[in-house]
Design a protein around this ligand. Structure first.
Ligand code: FEO
Length: 394
C-alpha cells in the first residue's frame, strides 16, 4: 500500500492484503482486507500506531523507509492480535530505541504471544496521555472489542480516533476514505456481525464514553478511514441497538427435498404476510452473509433434515455460530423432516442456549410434507406475523 498523508505529520503506512480469503481460519474474506498502521511525526517524538500482519512486514518496513523514518520512539499497541502486533518484534529490531506503549492486559499478552521483553514495554492507564511535542495521544481503554485487552488511541490536536479493530471492515480497496459508502457499509456490517456482535452491550458503553471526544476522523486498522465519522457511528448505533427488523432468516439444509419444500412453503407464506425473509441454503451460502443477516433479524427459523438421529452437520455448525455470535434475535423455531426417528429438534434447541429468545411452534414431520404439514407452516407464518406486529416492526 502506498504511503498516504492523512493530516500534517500523520501518514497511513500499512498494507493491503488483496488476496487473503480467510481470517482466523474461520471468517471468509470475500473482499480481502488491510492491516492499517499509522505513523505520527510529532515535533519531539514519533509514534507508530499498530503494525501489520507478519506476512506484510516488509511492506510496512519499506513504507517507513520511503517516508524517511529513521527513528520510532513509541509503538502504540491497541490490540495484541497478530494482524496488528505481529510485526512489533521486527520493528523493535530495526528501531532499537522504540518502546511499546500499551495497557496492562495487552502488555501481558504481548509478552505471551509476541515474546516482547518487559524492558521494551511502557504501561499506560485509561485516559493517560503521551506527548509527541506538538501532538498528543490519549488512550481509551475499551475491553472486549474484541479481546479483553483492546484499547483505542485518540490524537487530540487532529481529532483522529484510532480504534484498531473497532469500526473496521475487511475490505481491500485503494480508496483511502470510505467514499463508496454502500460498499463500505456492507463490509463493515459483515465485520461487525462476525467480530463485534457478541460484545454489543459493551460497545454501547464504549460508545457512550466516546461522546466526550470530538472526533473528526476514525482511522481503523482494517478497511478505509472514515472522514465522516457519523457514517460509521450511526451504523453502529443501529446495529448495537435493541431494535430488531421485520426479517426472518432461514438457515437450512435439505437432503432429499422434504425440508426444502417446507422452507419454500414458509418463505412464500411469509412473503404473503409482508415479512422480509431470507433463506440460506447452508451447502451453498457464505457464512459471512448469514452472520450479517443475524444483525437485524427478529426471527430465525432453523430447518434441517435428520442425519444419524441428529441435525445435519452443516446446520449444527451454523447454529453453533449463531449462538456464539449472540444476535439480538427475539424468536427462534425449528422445522424439518425425519425418515424414521431421531432427536434433531432437541439437539438444535440445546445449542442455542446463549440466545435470549422465545421458541415459537416447531414443526418436525415424517417424510415429505403433506397438507396438514403445510397448514402448520401457514400457522407458523401467522405466529411470526403476530409476534412481529406486537414488536411494532410491521
Ligand atoms: Fe484485526 Fe482482532 O485483529
Amino acid at each position: 500500500m502506498a504511503i498516504r498523508r492523512i493530516k500534517s505529520g500523520v501518514h497511513s503506512v500499512g498494507a493491503i492484503d488483496w488476496d487473503r480469503r480467510l481470517f482466523d481460519e474461520l471468517i471468509p474474506l470475500p473482499d480481502g482486507t488491510s492491516y492499517n498502521a499509522y505513523f505520527i511525526q510529532g515535533s519531539e517524538k514519533t509514534a507508530l500506531i499498530d503494525t501489520v500482519d507478519p506476512t506484510k512486514a516488509q511492506e510496512l518496513i519499506e513504507n517507513l523507509k520511503k517516508l524517511g523514518v529513521d527513528n520510532i520512539d513509541y509503538v502504540i499497541s491497541n490490540h495484541a492480535e497478530k494482524d496488528h502486533s505481529g510485526t512489533i518484534p521486527k520493528i523493535l529490531e530495526l528501531f532499537p530505541n522504540a518502546r511499546v506503549v500499551t495497557n496492562a492486559k495487552c502488555k501481558e499478552m504481548l509478552k505471551d504471544l509476541m515474546l516482547i521483553p518487559e524492558n521494551k514495554l511502557i504501561e499506560i492507564n485509561d485516559a493517560d496521555t503521551l506527548s509527541l511535542g506538538n501532538k498528543t495521544l490519549q488512550f481509551i481503554i475499551t475491553p472486549w472489542v474484541h479481546w479483553p485487552e483492546t484499547m483505542l488511541s485518540y490524537l487530540i490536536e487532529d481529532k483522529i480516533l484510532f480504534p484498531c479493530d473497532l469500526f473496521g471492515s475487511h475490505l481491500a480497496t485503494s480508496d483511502l476514505y470510505a467514499t463508496d459508502e454502500a460498499r463500505v457499509y456492507d463490509a463493515a456490517k459483515m465485520y461487525y456481525a462476525e467480530i463485534m456482535m457478541p460484545f454489543r452491550n459493551l460497545i454501547k458503553k464504549h460508545m457512550e464514553k466516546l461522546e466526550q471526544f470530538k472526533i473528526e476522523m476514525i482511522a481503523p486498522s482494517h478497511g478505509p478511514i472514515y472522514n465522516k465519522p457519523e457514517f460509521i457511528l450511526n451504523a453502529y448505533k443501529d446495529w448495537i441497538s435493541d431494535q430488531v427488523k421485520n426479517e426472518v432468516i432461514i438457515p437450512y439444509v435439505s437432503m432429499h427435498g422434504s425440508t426444502e419444500k417446507m422452507v419454500n412453503h414458509l418463505v412464500d407464506a411469509l412473503i404473503k404476510r409482508e415479512v422480509t425473509v431470507k433463506p440460506f441454503n447452508l451447502t451453498k451460502t457464505d457464512i459471512g452473509e448469514l452472520a450479517k443477516s443475524l444483525v437485524d433479524a427478529a426471527t430465525i427459523i432453523i430447518a434441517s433434515p435428520t442425519v444419524l438421529i441428529g441435525p445435519h452437520p452443516a446446520v449444527v455448525y451454523a447454529t453453533y455460530l449463531a449462538n456464539a455470535l449472540r444476535p439480538k434475535t427475539r424468536y427462534v423455531s425449528v422445522i424439518g423432516s425425519y425418515g424414521w426417528g431421531g432427536k434433531m429438534l432437541e439437539k438444535i434447541v440445546g445449542t442455542v442456549g446463549n440466545l435470549k429468545v422465545e421458541v415459537l411452534s416447531t414443526i418436525i414431520i415424517k417424510g415429505y410434507p403433506k397438507k396438514e404439514d403445510l397448514d402448520a407452516l401457514e400457522k407458523l407464518a401467522d405466529e411470526i406475523f403476530t409476534k412481529h406486529k406486537e414488536l411494532g416492526i410491521i
